[in-house]
Design a binder for this molecule. Structure first.
Ligand SMILES: C[S@@+](CC[C@H](N)C(=O)[O-])C[C@H]1O[C@@H](n2cnc3c(N)ncnc32)[C@H](O)[C@@H]1O
Length: 203
């Protein structure tokens, strides 16, 4: 698996490939000014940066990432927003204290056990009925796209440390297993082929 501390120095070079999916995820999240937003696996803050540029944004946002170097590279954010080093399986938030959670390009870089643990933790911190939005690399099951899906899987397998984050994942079965109800999904093809899924925590 990737060493994110090592990748942190060059991570921003590829952010343009995430841009379309991150904007789609924020559209699905619909976070309002009074919401507490949590960005799990924030990296260098791609989601928080895009959110900060929006006129309607939460007054409180928390970004967490397991990599200290990633966290160090998050640029200054609006007052009231906080970024800290933490594992997505052990979030620094009270039970039922978060209104909107985002996990952008996180779930597919986790091993299945860690993925389940991170989703259980997101469920713990989300208020009943609150929304989680995930973004994962994903290639739809269409015949003409099969070579692309196969190519991404091969690259991820051949160089897991550098390209493991290209491993496609449909997170919907894991979200359902974790107790979330699926709301909407959007596929974005520009940049990394990506699936954005909005799901609801149990009420
Ligand atoms: C592909 S990057 C995505 C970063 C950011 N969300 C984005 O959209 O650009 C994956 C991030 O997940 C972080 N990560 C990996 N495992 C983690 C874990 N168990 N808990 C928290 N963060 C983790 C890595 O350090 C890395 O910053």
């Amino acid at each position: 698996m990737a060493d994110w501390d090592v990748q942190a120095g060059v991570y921003d070079r590829q952010l343009f490939l995430e841009r379309r999916a991150v904007e789609a995820a924020l559209d699905l999240a619909q976070a309002g000014p009074d919401d507490v937003l949590l960005d799990a696996g924030t990296g260098t803050g791609a989601v928080l940066r895009a959110l900060a540029a929006r006129p309607l944004r939460p007054r409180t946002a928390i970004g967490v990432d397991a990599s200290a170097r990633m966290v160090d590279r998050v640029p200054p954010l609006p007052a009231g927003w906080l970024v800290q080093r933490a594992d997505a399986r052990d979030l620094p938030a009270e039970d039922r204290s978060v209104d909107v959670a985002i996990a952008s390009y996180l779930l597919h870089v986790l091993e299945p056990g860690a993925r389940r643990a991170a989703l259980a933790e997101l469920r713990r911190v989300l208020r009943p009925g609150a929304r989680v939005v995930t973004v994962t690399v994903y290639v739809p099951e269409r015949r003409r796209l099969r070579p692309l899906g196969a190519a991404l899987e091969t690259l991820a397998r051949l160089a897991p440390e550098r390209l493991g984050s290209l491993q496609p994942l449909d997170p919907r079965p894991d979200l359902i297993d974790a107790g979330f109800s699926l709301e909407r999904a959007r596929f974005t093809a520009l940049g990394y082929p990506s699936l954005c899924v909005a799901a609801c925590a149990p009420g």
